[in-house]
Write a protein of this length. Structure first.
Length: 262
């Protein structure tokens, strides 16, 4: 049988009794990072007398394809990500599908989750959507951000310390009056909450993992024009260059040069 086991997102005491017992009695542990999981077991005083198999975002499909279904049926098996609930912006879904396709019994143990913790802490109320991580840059990122902010629902996003400042600046431009809730280092010693209108947010520092909760606004249809459609508009070249720069990886100066040479 397979158990998907949530692990603490910061505070070791958030390990549940069920999760502890599943890790203790496991014969095989599939894990996002074997080093991280072994460190956790050491902290919990659980002997490392188990088989550890790495299964992360880069090798999940390959690792699952090599599993003998009889192993999952006859041994106590566990899957854990580095922190939080497996399958929530982390690997795990491939293993679940494998169990479903091979009639293998499995269970999911409830536990720590940064997304839900941040939603409750925000004080916002209503339907929400979890968007995981945004694309890193370019038109794809801006299109996704516009889709999120125009959805009419509360939106929850994970963001890294390297891009949180960029995200806040984007929100200040897109939805300056919308309320935003930020949660950093959840359950850890320096857990921090920030709640303000987008235009008023100030980040004292960007260290740590962030959860961003965007309050719902009015639902709007996506009226964003494509790059090609903007190119055809009868606008001054400088204005057109600025618009095109917002949905591409190029600067307005680069685009202006391209347009003047056409």
């Amino acid at each position: 049988m397979l158990s998907l086991v949530p692990t603490p997102i910061g505070n070791l005491e958030d390990i549940s009794k069920r999760a502890f017992e599943a890790l203790k009695t496991a014969e095989i542990i599939f894990c996002e990072d074997t080093r991280v999981t072994k460190k956790l077991l050491n902290l919990l005083n659980i002997p490392l007398t188990k088989q550890f198999i790495a299964m992360h975002s880069h090798n999940e499909n390959e690792a699952v394809s090599k599993i003998n279904p009889e192993i999952l049926k006859t041994k106590n098996c566990v899957y854990v990500s580095d922190a939080g609930m497996p399958g929530v912006s982390d690997p795990g879904s491939g293993l679940v599908k494998f169990c479903q396709e091979n009639n293998i019994e499995y269970t999911v143990i409830p536990g720590a989750n940064a997304m839900l913790s941040a939603y409750v802490a925000s004080g916002f109320e209503g339907e929400f959507c979890f968007w995981m991580f945004l694309p890193h840059k370019g038109k794809e990122r801006m299109d996704k951000l516009r889709e999120i902010t125009d959805s009419g629902k509360i939106a929850i996003i994970y963001e890294s310390p390297h891009r949180i400042e960029k995200l806040i600046n984007e929100l200040k431009e897109l939805i300056p009056e919308r309320e935003i809730f930020l949660a950093k280092e959840l359950t850890k010693m320096y857990e921090t909450y920030i709640k303000a209108k987008a235009k008023e947010i100030f980040l004292p520092n960007t260290k740590g993992e962030w959860v961003v909760v965007i309050n719902k606004g009015e639902k709007r249809k996506n009226l964003t024009l494509s790059y090609e459609e903007i190119e055809k508009l009868n606008l001054p070249l400088k204005e057109k260059s600025k618009l095109l720069a917002k949905i591409s990886d190029k600067s307005s100066k680069e685009i202006y040069k391209e347009l003047t040479n056409k």
